[in-house]
Design a protein around this ligand. Structure first.
Ligand code: DGY
Length: 319
């Protein structure tokens, strides 16, 4: 019987179909990540791994995986996996695109709106009993309607965010490796170079995958080019941003605020300097976290694993 290693405790109903056919070896906790040593040991006898984006499946770990046929990563991003090494070793790698597009776009736009309108700060203000009277400029924030959004990384999530922005009558700029003609025609999205995106946007929204090209793209120079009234939103991957320079940009008033769902090191520690700033809204990497979407992602992972182990083509293989 083929063995499937699962690196986080998943709900019974998500695994029902796999359990009928395969032997499942699952890490026991829902909240705590499986330690690397656990996975290093388990992967030796695994035919399939259902991994989380927080597991680092690098060459050192995959070297010991003599039987491994498929990795199904519960995320659209796969920067946690050494793809060239997996390819060389004949391991198929699958991710979960499409099913999470709209949910992640919802969260990204919510982060944009909440940052501009200071919703995190305002909610805390009320709960802490600080609201003594209505006043004209109490927690006044920035407008969204009619402003300019600049999307860095115009993939399907970027386009879904652009659709939401259109509903807010926003001007849409984007920067991407290739032109997106459909978005240009349907959403009036305008392609611009990186510097133009930074200079002209009221909201710079990072939705690019983490690659050698994008790592550290948002450093000191980038923040200096942004408007002092603008907001930086990141719902992609933390290492695309140099967090120290983001902190400096925020305390020096180079930008107005930041909404962050992802961090260089996750989970971010409560003592991190960025979390001491009022104009930073930080979330625990919940872009795709609606119940329905997380179940769809799990289903896609189990479908991909079953396909490969049954000798069929997986549905969503990383090419
Ligand atoms: C992904 O799937 O890569 C997202 O970051 C999840 O929120």
């Amino acid at each position: 019987m083929y063995k499937i290693v699962i690196t986080r405790k998943l709900p019974e109903k998500a695994l029902a179909s796999l359990k009928k056919k395969y032997c499942i070896d699952m890490w026991e906790s829902e909240e705590r990540a499986a330690p690397r040593e656990w996975l290093q040991e388990k992967i030796k006898g695994a035919d399939a791994v259902l991994s989380m984006l927080s597991d680092r499946l690098d060459e050192e770990l995959l070297e010991g995986a003599n039987r491994l046929q498929v990795i199904a990563n519960l995320a659209v991003g796969y920067d946690n996996i050494d793809i060239p090494f997996a390819n060389k070793s004949g391991i198929r790698v699958c991710n979960t695109p499409d099913v999470l597009t709209e949910t992640t776009a919802d969260l990204t736009f919510a982060l944009l709106m909440a940052s501009a309108r200071r919703i995190g700060e305002a909610a805390q203000f009320v709960k802490e009993g600080n609201w003594k009277s209505w006043s004209p400029l109490l927690l006044a924030g920035g407008d969204i309607f009619g402003k300019t959004i600049g999307i860095f990384g115009m993939g399907s999530i970027g386009e879904a965010v652009a659709r939401r922005a259109k509903g807010f009558n926003m001007k849409i700029l984007y920067h991407n490796r290739s032109r997106r003609t459909q978005a240009e025609q349907e959403l009036n999205a305008v392609y611009t170079d990186f510097d133009g995106l930074l200079a002209d946007s009221d909201f710079v929204v990072c939705l690019a995958p983490l690659t050698e090209e994008t790592e550290g793209a948002f450093g000191a120079e980038a923040f200096q080019k942004m408007k002092a009234t603008s907001y930086f939103i990141n719902a992609a991957r933390g290492p695309i941003v140099d967090e120290r320079t983001l902190y400096n940009a925020l305390i020096n008033g180079e930008i107005a605020g930041a909404g962050l769902d992802v961090f260089e090191n996750e989970p971010i520690g409560a003592e991190h300097p960025l979390l001491s700033l009022k104009n930073v809204l930080a979330l625990p990497h919940i872009g795709s976290s609606s119940i329905q979407t997380r179940y769809s992602m799990m289903d896609l992972c189990t479908e991909n694993i079953d396909a490969v182990l049954s000798g069929r083509e997986p549905v969503t293989e990383v090419k």
